[in-house]
Design a protein around this ligand. Structure first.
Ligand SMILES: Cc1ncc(COP(=O)(O)O)c(C=O)c1O
Length: 375
């Protein structure tokens, strides 16, 4: 007896953790800094950490009240109806719910390449197929309606990642609006704003709700997460905000209690802690600026809490940086073998990343020069 044929399914490659790397290299974890998974360098909101401790004694109950309270708080945050908020086990869980609600067998989704791997994985779990549109490195991963429409072929869901992982580029609201206008009535455009807090400008909810000069529309959903700006990646909490007509589907597609009591209580505390989010965003903006100014290689402009750097040989550079104690993301698995992605850290972490990367680039260039001289 075996599982079904999963040969089309690829495993998710997460950024590597400090303990894992330290164990593999036989070193002390305290020697490393991890800037590989776009996590919050300041940790969780302190209010969320208190809430998690206080919730410990009540985890014997199912998270019904906490789920309703958090749904209401998120709905209030965006001035939408509670029913439009689909809480989930991370943004990843919300991706699953949207696919469950939308995809008939063999329906297609259209995703950016390079891009976030889980869209495709999730669609395949739900018996859908995956098509891609190219974001061109030569065009600085520019995102316009036309970039997507060139590849669009009546797909059921079109994924737009804004800010885009791993490049940090964004799609302007006018372009998202035009994209939704020019796709079929039965196509849902989902704008993944996992990094939205770090970007300049309004959420695509302006389009669904008809704000900031746009007419309201019913063919766009928005994805958000508590993993990044709120520092709650470990508790797994995210959500989609869906059009009115989709609201009822939630009860039919959600995994019961997938947003746990701990996650919901932490989320409730974090959503009220503006100070922590502001501090996090400020640190990221500073770090982005420092990396763009001080790294001796091309750094793309980014609206996320990370930057993409053109280093030539990503695997060699990432391995050497790791040996020197700085764990970054080799973007070969995104189809960008020349690039690494570095998460925005604290001032100290950013300084160490810049210094280490510049030294590695220097050393690798010197090695290449001496190889050439010796041939
Ligand atoms: C673009 C994008 N979307 C969604 C997610 C999902 O995040 P989570 O499941 O941690 O909420 C991530 C995580 O890194 C991401 O980069």
């Amino acid at each position: 007896m075996k599982p079904r044929d999963l040969s089309d399914h690829v495993a998710y490659e997460a950024g590597r953790g400090i303990e894992e790397v330290a164990r593999e290299l036989g070193r002390d974890p305290s020697e490393f800094v991890k800037l590989a998974s776009n996590e919050n360098p300041h940790g969780p909101s302190p209010a969320a950490a208190v809430a998690i401790r206080e919730t410990a004694s009540s985890v014997s109950s199912y998270p019904k009240a906490a789920h309703a309270d958090l749904t209401a708080a998120v709905a209030e945050r965006w001035a939408v109806d509670d029913e439009q908020v689909w809480l989930a086990n991370g943004g990843d869980g919300a991706i699953d719910y949207l696919h469950r609600a939308a995809l008939e067998p063999d329906d297609t989704i259209l995703v950016p390449d390079p891009g976030f791997a889980y869209y495709g994985m999730s669609a395949r779990f739900h018996h859908g197929d995956v098509r891609e549109y190219a974001l061109e490195r030569e065009a600085d991963f520019e995102q316009t309606a036309d970039t997507v429409l060139e590849s669009y072929d009546g797909d059921r869901i079109v994924w737009v990642t804004s800010p885009h992982n791993p490049s940090g580029s964004t799609m302007a609201l006018e372009e998202i609006n035009r994209l939704a206008d020019e796709t079929d009535e039965e196509t849902l455009v989902v704008v993944d704003e996992a990094y939205g807090e770090f970007a300049d400008g309004e959420s695509a909810l302006s389009l669904t709700e008809g704000r900031n000069g746009f007419d309201a529309r019913d063919d766009i959903a928005v994805l958000r997460t508590f993993s990044k700006a709120y520092g709650l990646a470990g508790v797994r909490l995210g959500y989609a905000v869906v059009p009115d007509a989709w609201a009822d589907a939630y009860a039919r597609v959600n995994t019961p209690f997938a947003a746990s009591e701990l996650a919901c209580r932490a989320g409730l505390a974090a959503i009220g802690d503006d100070e922590h989010v502001e501090r996090t965003v400020e640190t990221s903006l500073e770090s982005r600026k420092t990396m763009r100014e001080e790294i001796d290689a091309h750094v793309w402009e980014s609206e996320g809490n990370f930057v993409l750097v053109d280093v030539g040989d990503a695997t060699a550079v990432a391995e050497e940086m790791q040996a020197r104690g700085v764990i970054v993301r080799d973007c070969s698995s995104f189809g960008l073998p020349g690039c690494i992605r570095i998460t925005c850290g604290t001032d100290d972490e950013t300084g160490r990343a810049v210094e280490t990367l510049n030294a590695v680039l220097d050393d690798l260039a010197r090695d290449t020069d001496s190889e050439v001289a010796n041939t």
